[in-house]
Design a protein around this ligand. Structure first.
Ligand code: NAP
Length: 491
């Protein structure tokens, strides 16, 4: 229960179980709560305020009011607050990682990495927002001047997933706040504690009340319904699955809200015959098994050229057999559980269906009765592109391996999906490297590299993987309106 996690924290104030609206920690209007579980033990960690539609309306009201004076401040003044927030996140890394590992299950090392990644967006956007430049446009008439300025969109609704409980929040909230917007956030019901800890630190950093509201709850339809229909919300930024993203885009259409969408993926990872396997294997450990395979840029389809196939499979099997799935507090744990029982059941069903359709199960694929939503590292081979698993996001520690014969076939297989988030390939051939990078229909491509995330790069997808980019100098654009001002009669 709460007390167990509390006793482990150096800064007990980071464990907040109330929602955060207008600078106040508050319970739901009906006093309802929902349980947050540790997926590695299935034990309840906390009871968190379970808000609904009317609470969400309150949060939007507070955000609208707070934004009026926040947008008037200079970018430099706003940056000061964000810089202090960044410092506090870094100072509290150990506790934030503990909270994250407890509610998400990922290893402490991964959580520490995520806290640093999460903090990096706060610092980056504090800096970038000072460089939101406009333009002066030469017009056809000499007595007119065209001026282009950029202004905050207003109140932003943000909806985020559980797989990166902190970074998916700061990647949205930091740019929004930095340019003068206010935010109402609905974090995933599985991982609200990381979100609330971030809000607590923002408050400590001096962020004025009402600018960052966290509406916790397990009724996503009710909260999301208000966020996507309320006329005072001017933009929705969403990270999550493609079906939910499509639903929310539909809901936003009635009030013509701007939307940005970071959605699902079906990343190919292509290994050409000339690849350096010493690079490939650690690359796959990262791209396929980080967060136990529960990442949107996870290598979903591993495409291996015939000449290197046998050697690769041997190396992969040896590597995954050394993984240790367990609770994050065990020293030797390398990988955590699936997020929910349902996620584990769904994953097992995908593996069983692939085997029924002709796949070979090289290792893993067995469920255990031990507590926790663990799924073993699994390798499936003899897969073909007509099997269901080729089209689905696996979202778990299951490596799906396919064979190809030449570059043309590899690129065709890689692009044969409605998704277009991340793709990777390994080759030592420079010409091929250019050709394949340009041919892949993806928003991000890793060449001989799978650790592609960073605050300074534009993260995002094409096709049904989304719209808009987060991070980088482009990451502010989604929170800014462009206004054209024509000055006439000046000759
Ligand atoms: P999800 O089911 O789409 O949920 C994501 C968020 O949407 C959660 O906060 C969820 O709330 C909320 N939600 C669900 N239904 C809703 C509704 N009807 N109205 C309003 N909100 C609703 O996705 P997930 O399973 O948590 O996350 C995994 C997916 O996210 C994968 O497809 C992954 O690829 C994608 N993802 C993409 C990126 C990227 O940058 N492109 C990054 C990370 C993850 P509840 O938790 O309360 O249900």
């Amino acid at each position: 229960m709460e007390s167990q996690l509390l006793s482990q924290l150096s800064n007990a104030s980071l464990l907040q179980c109330s929602a955060f609206i207008d600078g106040q920690w508050c319970d739901s209007a009906q006093g309802k709560t929902f349980s947050v579980l540790n997926p590695a033990t299935e034990q309840v960690i906390a009871q968190v305020a379970n808000l609904g539609a009317s609470d969400t309306e309150q949060a939007i009201k507070a955000a609208k009011l707070a934004q009026v004076s926040w947008r008037q401040k200079s970018a430099k003044d706003r940056a000061h607050v964000l810089e202090y927030w960044y410092d506090l996140v870094i100072e509290n890394t150990d506790d934030l990682a503990l909270i994250m590992s407890t509610e998400n299950g990922k290893s402490l090392q991964e959580s520490m990495g995520e806290v640093a990644y999460s903090a990096s967006f706060i610092k980056w956007f504090a800096e970038e927002a000072k460089r939101v430049y406009g333009d002066v446009v030469p017009l056809a008439q000499t007595d007119k001047r065209g001026i282009i300025i950029k202004q905050p969109v207003g109140v932003v609704a943000a909806i985020t997933p559980w797989n990166f409980p902190s970074a998916m929040i700061t990647r949205k909230v930091a740019p929004a706040l930095a340019v003068g917007c206010a935010v109402v956030l609905k974090p995933a019901a599985e991982t609200p504690l990381s979100a609330l800890a971030l809000a607590y630190l923002a408050q400590q950093a001096g962020l004025p009340a009402g600018l960052f509201n966290v509406v916790t709850g397990d009724d996503a339809n009710a909260i999301g319904g208000v966020l996507t229909s309320h006329p005072d919300v001017k933009k929705l930024t969403f990270t999550g699955s493609t079906p939910v993203g499509k639903l929310l885009m539909n809901q936003c259409s009635a009030t013509v809200k701007r939307t940005s969408m970071e959605l699902g993926g079906n990343a190919p990872l292509i290994i050409f015959d000339d690849a350096d396997l010493d690079l490939v294997v650690p690359g796959i450990v990262n791209a396929k098994f980080r967060n136990s395979g529960q990442t949107c840029i996870s290598a979903n389809r591993i495409l291996v050229q015939e000449g290197i196939y046998t050697q690769f499979i041997e190396r992969l099997q040896r590597t995954v057999s050394a993984f240790k799935f367990g609770v994050f507090s065990d020293q030797d744990t390398t990988h955590g559980p699936m997020i929910t029982k349902q996620a584990k059941t769904n994953l097992h069903a995908k593996v069983k269906k692939a085997v029924a359709q002709g796949a070979t199960l090289l290792c893993g694929g067995q469920l255990s009765d031990d507590p926790g939503y663990f799924y073993p590292a699994t390798v499936l081979t003899d897969l073909t592109s007509d099997m269901d698993i080729f089209k689905e996001e696996i979202f778990g520690p299951v490596a799906a391996v396919y064979q190809f014969s030449d570059q043309t076939q590899a690129v065709a297989m890689a692009n044969d999906t409605e998704f277009g988030l991340a793709a990777y390939f390994y080759t030592e051939n420079m010409r091929r490297s250019w050709q394949v990078s340009e041919a892949l229909e993806y928003g991000m491509v890793g060449v001989n590299e799978t650790a592609i995330g960073a605050e300074m790069i534009p993260f995002g997808g094409v096709k049904e993987s989304g719209q808009g980019r987060e991070g980088s100098k482009y990451g502010l654009d989604d929170y800014l309106e462009i206004k054209y001002v024509c000055h006439g009669n000046i000759s």
